[in-house]
Design a binder for this molecule. Structure first.
Ligand code: SCA
Ligand code: 5AD
Length: 722
């Protein structure tokens, strides 16, 4: 930021010196530097900001004008409040449809569809690999018939719909378009958003299907098609949210997300579309965690970064290409299983940061986040959090109310500068696709996650009800249970009906056309997928038609070492665990060996990675199994690797189907000596069920790694003693 003129600086300096004197007096000898807070970003938050901390340029900034720090629109919420858009989906299309209709009636303004993991990964519900996943983390969609039911009674040319889909983006978007068509809606009237952000899938979210290169080709085909035929449709939602959920701090989230956006513009340019044909329909998505000031500043800095970088790199003619419009979601990771009503308060604070930061659309998480999908009750409270902010608090009545705040403006500048460094680093590597290929963003994010976990485990970062003020006894929370076997049966029945009623010849032609286009690069893949959807090809068939050429991507693994240990303060306890582990190693002739496995299509691997990094820093010999494994594969790998313990991490509700299967197989192989651990999002109600089926230890959200390590070690010893 630019220094301010000499005369003013003198006065401001004097003012600051004066404050320091007063502060020192109040501190009675304590060093004034102790009031400075170093955040996870490595940014110093000072106890006070004055005029000398801000650049005078900010006085000229206006909302709706370059560089858009203050918002994409001049009037912002004073004219039109942000869209209340709750992410939801579970079980069958019928059940999700009923849930959407009720939500719209109760004040929600836009829809946001969550698909199950089978759909994300391009498998039909009858595929053997997805037994545990159908209808669990979102709604099951196999064909346009399901999509039509999902939107039954919802006018698709009126309600704006967001779909979180990245891997199976072609069949799902195609089915959406066809369902709208058959409802009588025109393509040109479809307003909504498809996530379609594959780069962050390779970094953190893991619901890719094909390797990076063909995945980028799919994105450019979608941008090309929607630019021509669906002018109101946002062709991409460039997401930092998942980076934050995976452990990225605000600087990493900001830098990598903007760098992703620049890469997508280039992806369009390469496909022959101009910046002004696509960038005005780019949209963004950020996570909003508990660092209130930081998150407000982050959204302001994001808009300034996007406007400046797009202007500098692509010289667009249309001013709209410079606007960063964004959806936000409060942080799921910041919510706790313990004392869950605290989550309502956390979500409110985060929702305030998102809206004070000027988001266009918002999802507020439900209080039962850490144990399951929202119930009618928890969804209502989450929605009402936004309604109260919009209609009772007066918050929307002032545009960018934090503008001119010394602290927020200084923080905005600082985040801008720090994120710009990341963007320059990535650009220096040749852009985000290359950086992702080299694993740089993933590595940085995983380091940041391990660092954060150590701060929490060592209680330097407080989480109320978890590492401080913990309740002795918790009341049970009612949670949503989904009978995935039943959903799967219903889906299989509908699939069978489709197989019988469609024109087989047309189906084969459509699928061959897709395979041919994948092979030659000729033709628009979305246009072809739409034809296939019309003729009742399924998600699995459309995906397979391209997989024949592209193949399925298999990610590589690495383990972050040292980040957990180095950030852990209060070394005594750490030392004790290290000692216990090394005593074990001496007695056994090798360290305790554990494999952390991910079962089914659940790609949430922050937990698995953080656990593995932490255990490894504590002296365990640690392996991470490949994503998307079946119980059979996991058991075989564990036995081959000669482990003492096998940990299954589950965040998508697969634990009741897949983990018992692992236990059964271990028994069948005569390897019950292997300690079986289940970790992740597991409601207390299911603990007994799991224990009865052979699970030895369960670690829910909020478990300290040091505690988990100790319990694991003693369980290994217990089993050896037997
Ligand atoms: C708005 N408008 C205004 C105005 N404010 N006009 C004049 N004055 C003002 N003050 C206009 C806009 O120009 C626009 O019209 C229309 O009103 C709608 O406003 P909007 O700002 O575009 O809002 P919205 O339609 O809600 O779109 C928001 C956004 C979109 C652009 C961000 O992409 C979106 O809805 N994204 C949601 C993404 C999402 O739900 N993702 C869920 C991910 P025009 O269009 O005519 O210009 S969940 C997830 O991924 C996490 C879990 C997981 O699975 O991993
Ligand atoms: N319904 C509602 N919210 C969901 N989330 C994920 N799946 C669903 C769903 N089917 C939310 C949770 C999670 C975040 C990634 O998205 O808040 O933490």
């Amino acid at each position: 930021s630019t220094p301010i003129d000499g005369e003013a600086q003198k006065t401001d300096n004097l003012l600051y010196e004066e404050w320091k004197k007063m502060a020192s007096k109040e501190l009675k000898g304590t060093n004034i530097d102790t009031l400075t807070w170093k955040t996870g970003e490595g940014i110093d938050i000072k106890p006070i900001y004055t005029a000398q901390d801000v650049s005078p340029n900010i006085k000229n900034e206006l909302p709706g004008r370059f560089p858009y720090t203050r918002g994409p629109y001049a009037t912002m919420y004073t004219h039109r409040p942000w869209t209340i858009r709750q992410y939801a989906g579970f079980s069958t299309a019928e059940e999700s449809n009923a849930f959407y209709r009720a939500a719209l009636k109760a004040g929600q303004k836009g829809l946001s569809v969550a698909f199950d993991l089978a759909t994300h990964r391009g498998y039909d519900s009858n595929h053997p690999r997805v037994k545990g996943d159908v209808g669990m983390a979102g709604v099951a969609i196999d064909s346009v018939e399901d999509m039509k039911i999902l939107f039954d009674g919802i006018p698709m040319d009126k309600v704006s719909v967001s779909m979180t889909m990245n891997g199976a983006v072609l069949p799902v978007l195609a089915m959406y378009v066809v369902a709208a068509e058959e409802q009588g809606a025109k393509q040109k009237d479809l307003a909504g958003t498809i996530q379609n952000d594959i780069l962050k899938e390779f970094m953190v979210r893991n619901t890719f299907i094909y390797p990076p290169e063909p995945s980028m080709k799919i994105i450019s085909d979608i941008m090309g098609y929607t630019a021509k035929n669906m002018p109101k449709y946002n062709s991409i939602s460039i997401s930092g949210y998942h980076m934050q959920e995976a452990g990225a701090n605000a600087v990493l989230e900001l830098g990598f997300t903007i760098a992703d956006g620049l890469e997508y513009v280039r992806c369009g340019l390469q496909a022959g579309v101009s910046v002004d044909e696509i960038a005005p329909r780019f949209s963004f998505f950020f996570g909003i965690g508990m660092n209130f000031y930081m998150e407000i500043a982050k959204l302001r800095a994001a808009r300034r970064l996007w406007a400046k970088y797009v202007k500098e790199k692509f010289s667009p003619k249309d001013e709209k290409s410079l606007l960063l419009r964004t959806h936000c979601q409060t942080s799921g990771w910041s919510l706790t299983e313990q004392d869950p009503f605290n989550n309502v308060i956390r979500t409110t604070v985060e929702a305030m940061a998102a809206t004070l930061g000027g988001t266009q659309s918002l999802h507020t998480n439900a209080l039962d986040e850490a144990v399951g999908l929202p119930t009618e009750f928890s969804a209502r409270i989450a929605r009402n959090t936004q309604l109260i902010l919009q209609e009772e608090s007066g918050l929307p009545k002032i545009v960018d109310p934090w503008a001119g705040s010394y602290a927020i403006e200084a923080l905005t500048d600082r985040l801008y500068d720090e994120a710009a460094k990341i963007i320059e680093e990535v650009e220096g590597l040749g852009g985000m696709a290359k950086a992702v290929g080299e694993g740089l963003p993933k590595r940085r994010i995983e380091e940041s996650a391990a660092y954060r976990q150590a701060k929490i485990d060592s209680k330097e970062e407080v989480i109320v009800g978890v590492n401080k003020y913990r309740l002795e006894k918790e009341d049970a929370l009612e949670i949503r249970a989904i009978d995935n076997a039943l959903v799967r049966l219903a889906q299989i029945r509908r699939l069978d009906k489709i197989y019988q009623s469609r024109d087989k010849q047309k189906v084969q032609q459509d699928l061959d056309a897709l395979t041919h286009a994948a092979k030659t690069g000729e033709g628009n893949l979305l246009a072809l997928a739409i034809q296939a959807a019309r003729d009742r090809c399924t998600v699995g068939e459309i995906s397979d038609a391209m997989e024949k050429i592209y193949g399925r991507y298999k990610p590589a693994y690495s383990l972050i070492k040292g980040a957990y240990k180095s950030a852990y303060k209060g070394v005594d306890e750490l030392d004790e665990v290290l000692k216990e582990v090394s005593a074990f190693s001496e007695a056994e002739g090798r360290p305790p060996r554990i494999m952390v496995a991910k079962l089914g299509q659940d790609g949430h691997d922050r937990g698995a990675k953080v656990i593995a990094s932490g255990f490894s820093d504590l002296g365990f010999d640690c392996d991470i199994g490949p994503l998307f494994s079946t119980p059979e594969e996991v058991v075989q790998q564990a036995i081959d690797a000669d482990v003492h313990a096998l940990g299954a991490s589950s965040l998508a509700a697969g634990h009741k189907t897949l983990v018992p299967e692992v236990a059964r197989l271990l028994k069948e192989m005569g390897r019950e000596d292997i300690v079986l651990i289940c970790g992740g999002v597991i409601p207390e109600q299911d603990y007994q069920f799991l224990h009865e089926r052979g699970v030895d230890l369960i670690f829910g959200p909020g478990t300290r790694i040091t505690d988990a390590a100790r319990k694991t070690l003693s369980e290994i010893q217990k089993k050896k003693g037997k």
